[in-house]
Design a protein around this ligand. Structure first.
Ligand code: ADP
Ligand code: MG
Length: 240
């Protein structure tokens, strides 16, 4: 579904990603872990061209996304992204936030956008809140609106960059439930998160990154129970 081949990314002289090879299969949930600054966000951002790779390729369904023929706006609907900060428009209701993407990006008419928007908000458990403004919603509910907005564009893959890191602990569970349901629906997902219990439960594969490289990758059980690389052992001992 999504593949990085020899992907490197530098900012100026500084190499942030070095020769990353990553393969995400359809319906797989790949978890990315690693210390702050190891390049996790940059890797996700390269995957939908929020950043341009310095060298190497990214293939989405076999097509090189770096090709000049690729429509970047369309690509970003197919490779959706959910950020730590939900980036909702505060003066628009939950429904209007979801509808905006459908109208502007997908070119849907008002009635259709409304119908899809309501269905997506229902899917993330917020049917009752569609007329609420972001300020009237909890952080967890706002993040679920942001997820609904991404799902409304019918992505093939969703990249999550620390979707629960900005939330109070009691609000994390609702967002993880939404992600769980998405996974059960067969969505292909790449998740950067510090929720290690969720990784154990939901991840098909866990990838540990350090210094812009993939250091170790395996099933969650192997990564957490039998970490091999000293960097991974050190990382796990710090977060537990
Ligand atoms: P992570 O998400 O694992 O914490 P990031 O991908 O955000 O790591 O960052 C990796 C490194 O790249 C960090 O050292 C960060 O300072 C640097 N970096 C990220 N974005 C930029 C940028 N736009 N310009 C310069 N350096 C950047
Ligand atoms: Mg990051």
């Amino acid at each position: 579904m999504l593949e990085a081949v020899g992907l490197s990314k530098s900012f100026g002289q500084l190499e942030i990603l070095s020769e990353i090879d990553l393969r995400v299969m359809p319906q797989e949930l790949v978890f990315l872990i690693g210390p702050s600054g190891s390049g996790k966000s940059t890797l996700l951002r390269c995957c939908n061209r929020l950043e341009e790779a310095t060298s190497g390729d990214i293939l989405f369904e076999g097509v090189n996304i770096g090709s000049p023929k690729v429509n970047v706006n369309l690509l970003r609907t197919k490779i959706g992204m959910v950020f730590q900060s939900f980036n909702l428009y505060p003066h628009m209701t939950a429904l209007e936030n979801v509808m905006l993407a459908l109208r502007k990006v997908a070119g849907k008419g008002k009635a259709e956008a409304r119908e899809i928007g309501l269905a997506m908000l229902a899917r993330v458990g917020l049917a009752e809140r569609c007329e609420h403004y972001p300020g009237q919603l909890s952080g967890g509910q706002q993040q679920r609106v942001a997820i609904a907005r991404t799902l409304a564009l019918e992505p093939k893959v969703v990249l999550f960059d620390e979707p629960t890191s900005a939330l109070d602990p009691e609000l994390v569970g609702g967002v993880l439930n939404t992600m769980r349901e998405l996974r059960e629906s067969g969505m292909t997902m790449v998740v950067v998160s510090h929720e290690m219990r969720f990784a154990r439960e939901a991840a098909d594969r866990v990838i540990f990154m350090a210094d812009g490289r993939i250091v170790e990758q395996d099933t969650a059980e192997e990564i957490f129970e039998r970490p091999r690389h000293p960097r991974l052992r050190e990382f796990l001992s710090q977060i537990n």
